[in-house]
Design a protein around this ligand. Structure first.
Ligand code: SF4
Length: 807
């Protein structure tokens, strides 16, 4: 469903509503949630199958008959004082001839036989086809039309076709029946929106006063949303970006008439702070409803079970119980947190995840992960329809994270760790699948043996992957034999999904990818690694009406412009820091060597420096290292030098409780030292205000270790074919592959980490950078403008500088 609500005419209370044909067809659902159909194919497979069949139709005997693929249909129905705009594209239309009726076709890609497709889903397909047929009848003045619902197998292109002939009159009856509930919903929704917009007009900023510069960024965001632009905003941490962006975008709704807004963040902490801001905004009780969408794995009531009515009681009859729960949502105000969604789901015995997605249609603001917009596999298609221009403003929190997150979304991998258990599970009961899994495992082993002497990780040629991909195709075909059976064990399905994703990604490989084989810890993994996500992201931005991306670190601009695929029409804005620059001392220590071979030897000097830092102004400090290995070397030295002093140390894979325990040691009046790793849980998204953090040290640049993937990215970005090593030494070549692959990502981590120190106007603290390379202009010129870095060349000067700062 895609909606955009606009005044039909000035001063009128009538609204226009845009709906996709698919949205109309699936508005009312009945029965169970069943994942069986979605296990079988992906959207990309669907596109390929559609195109293949349409090509067949065009090149066959239909060539001369006026066959039209992707026939656009559009209509505006005036019903009950509202304008309902419906549009979509039928997969194929043939105008017919003297001895044959015109026909319209809807193609659905599936590995299931028609009889195994759940009845509710088949009904939706038929509804969709009937809407196309009706709109074509209106357009072409047809009395009668033949309808063809074609189920096509993605691998063989074999089809099963359901056919019926209908008159325009009976199609109209169907259409009216489908549209009526939408109009009823729309009527109550527009009443709510009118009330909401009125109350937003008088909504005041919840903190009374804006912080310095916060008003400016709020105004810039408002303008960007109102003009449907793209804005990349760099503003320091602690400025209140979440609140400013949410408040200004909500305030823009009466002007833009957008139905709802989306706030997306890569991290749970970012989503939590947006939720907090929304709750704060709603403390004045405006007519507003918002929702946090929690990931399925975190909110599922039956985590071990497949989403199938046979296994999960919350899936069985879900759509029959849903309307009563939605009625409760419609009558509500305020924020729907995870706990509130769970409570409602329990009360009505509904799947909490699906409930949150269905409740989203009643919301004015939605908080969730990047995935729901960017990931083609989990995008909320009900709101972001690829066939139409986007209708919703998107706010993108901590946008620097999008580079890595997008890489993950567009990449795929398969490894022995999931393949081998799937083989075991299928050995006795599913011989066909077992044989197919075994072929894949053999192809993987062969790939590993051929490449055995080339190190733990290496780049592969696409052609090397052919036997492996053929084996995967065999598995996908073997899955057909299980179609319609009860769901397979979770391990098998997990492996199947990985293989499926791999197969689809393989079909889209281009120069933005690197194919990597790693066999470091004894198990082989092949990864189709999207090194450069820019071109793919660029295609996704138009699915939003406006995009406002913000972060404390969007420098250097050319790096993010390239990696995020930002076009020249986007605006870039840098906000000054609202905090007094004199409140942060930034010292670059250039006398302690930190390169790999010097780390053990220089650890004692580092421990002395840490001690100096704490002694000169006792309080809470964090020291960040580029790796756990380095952290342990210094931690051991520190403990033996100061056995009586407490030391909080980050460990790999800390859960929420351990993280909370670590942070709880940093209190207003405590004296605590913590060791952590850069890029980990404590270098972003933590908020230790005031005396809870007096300073931090960043030990070395944190350049990623040299890897085949990063080298491939460096090469991908280098137009003149120079090697990364050559480029590393070529200071004048700013836009070098090496910078993009290694230096800029490291720099971004340093700036993010340092941003933990100053969180509010009263905060005062030190940022100590330990590495002589920090003083080079290529780093300094990309530091935030409010930093005033000073180079210290000895422990004595270090002490002087700190004394001066704290005095
Ligand atoms: S509760 Fe869990 S298993 Fe059941 S339908 Fe929802 S997500 Fe699937």
């Amino acid at each position: 469903m895609t909606t955009r609500i606009e005044p039909a005419s000035a001063g009128s209370r009538a609204f226009q509503l845009h709906f996709s044909v698919g949205g109309v067809a699936s508005f009312i659902k009945q029965g169970d949630i069943s994942a069986r159909i979605s296990h079988q194919t992906t959207a990309m497979e669907g596109i390929a199958t559609h195109q293949a069949l349409q090509k067949q139709r065009e090149s066959g005997c239909l060539r001369e008959s006026g066959y039209e693929r992707e026939k656009t249909v559009k209509t505006c129905c005036r019903i009950k004082n509202h304008e309902l705009l419906i549009s979509g594209r039928a997969d194929g239309f043939c105008p017919g001839s003297n001895d044959s009726l015109p026909w319209v076709e809807e193609i659905k890609t599936t590995r299931l036989p028609q009889v195994a497709i759940p009845i509710g889903i088949r009904q939706q397909h038929l509804n969709q086809l009937r809407i196309y047929a009706y709109l074509i009848c209106l357009d072409e003045s047809l009395d009668k039309i033949e309808l063809r619902l074609t189920y096509a197998h993605p691998d063989t292109l074999e089809t099963e076709v359901y056919q019926e002939t209908m008159s325009q009159g009976s199609l109209k009856t169907h259409f009216t029946k489908l549209v009526e509930p939408i109009l009823q919903w729309f009527e109550q929704r527009t009443d709510w929106l009118a009330m909401r917009n009125e109350s937003l007009n008088s909504l005041r900023f919840p903190f009374g006063e804006f912080r310095p510069y916060q008003r400016d960024i709020a105004a810039a965001i408002y303008r960007n949303v109102a003009t449907e632009g793209r804005l990349f905003l760099q503003a320091p941490t602690g400025l209140g970006k979440s609140m400013a962006s949410l408040y200004s975008t909500l305030k823009s709704l009466p002007e833009t008439q957008a139905e709802k807004i989306f706030y997306l963040s890569a991290k749970t902490a970012g989503q939590a702070s947006a939720q907090e801001a929304l709750i704060r905004i709603q403390s004045e009780e405006p007519a507003l409803r918002s929702l946090s969408i929690t990931a399925k794995r975190k909110i599922c009531f039956n985590p071990e079970m497949p989403c199938d009515p046979t296994w999960c009681q919350f899936a069985e009859g879900y759509y029959d119980r849903l309307p009563a729960a939605l009625d409760r949502v419609v009558k509500s105000r305020g924020h729907w947190s995870k706990a509130r969604v769970e409570a409602l789901a329990r009360e009505f015995s509904l799947c909490p995840f699906e409930l949150s997605l269905d409740a989203a249609r009643e919301m004015d603001a939605i908080v969730g992960d990047y995935n729901y917009f960017f990931d083609p596999r989990v995008r909320l298609k009900r709101f972001f329809d690829e066939e139409q221009k986007g209708h919703y403003p998107i706010l993108l929190d901590e946008a620097h994270n999008l580079v890595d997150r997008a890489r993950d979304m567009f990449s795929a991998e398969i490894g022995e760790a999931t393949l081998l258990p799937a083989m075991q599970e299928t050995k006795t009961q599913h011989k066909g699948l077992y044989t197919a899994f075994k072929r894949i495992a053999r192809a993987l082993t062969h790939l590993g043996q051929v490449s055995m002497n080339s190190g733990p990780e290496q780049l592969l040629n696409v052609i090397d992957l052919e036997p492996l991909v053929n084996a995967i195709t065999g598995l996908l075909t073997a899955m057909d034999a299980t179609a319609g059976e009860l769901p397979l064990p979770e391990t098998v399905m997990k492996s199947f999904f990985d293989l499926h994703r791999f197969h689809q990604t393989y079909e889209q490989l281009d120069e933005d990818y690197g194919c990597l084989l790693s066999q470091g810890d004894g198990t082989r993994v092949v990864k189709l690694n999207c090194l450069h996500p820019g071109r793919r992201l660029k295609k996704i931005y138009p699915l939003a009406s406006s995009l406002t991306a913000f972060s404390a670190t969007l420098s250097p601009k050319m790096y993010f412009q390239e990696m995020l695929g930002v076009d020249e029409h986007a605006r870039w804005l840098k906000s000054p820091s609202p905090f007094d620059a004199r409140h942060q001392a930034t010292l670059i220590v250039d006398f302690i060597p930190t390169h790999y071979s010097a780390r053990v030897g220089s650890a004692s000097s580092l421990v002395s420096l840490i001690d100096q830092m704490i002694t000169l102004s006792p309080g809470n400090y964090l020291v960040f290292f580029p790796s756990y290995e380095y952290l342990q070397i210094v931690a051991e030295q520190y403990r033996s030098a100061h056995p009586q002093r407490p030391l909080a140390v980050q460990a790999p894979g800390m859960g929420p409780e351990a993280i909370e325990g670590f942070l709880a040691q940093f209190q207003e009046n405590s004296v605590c030292l913590g060791f952590a790793v850069m890029g980990g849980q404590f270098s972003e998204g933590i908020d230790l205000q005031g005396q809870r953090l007096k300073g931090l040290m960043v030990v070395t640049l944190g350049l990623a270790p040299t890897s085949a993937a990063q080298d491939a990215l460096a090469q991908r970005l280098v137009s003149n074919g120079q090697s990364p090593t050559t480029l590393e030494n070529d200071v004048s070549l700013r836009r070098s592959g090496y910078d993009f692959a290694y230096r800029y990502p490291a720099l971004q981590k340093v700036v993010q980490t340092a941003g933990r120190v100053i969180r509010g106007p009263e905060d005062k603290g030190v940022v100590i950078l330990i590495d002589a390379r920090f003083k080079e202009s290529r780093y300094i010129e990309n530091f935030p403008e409010h930093w005033r870095p000073e180079v210290v060349k000895s422990a004595m000067i270090f002490e002087e500088k700190l004394k001066e700062f704290w005095s």
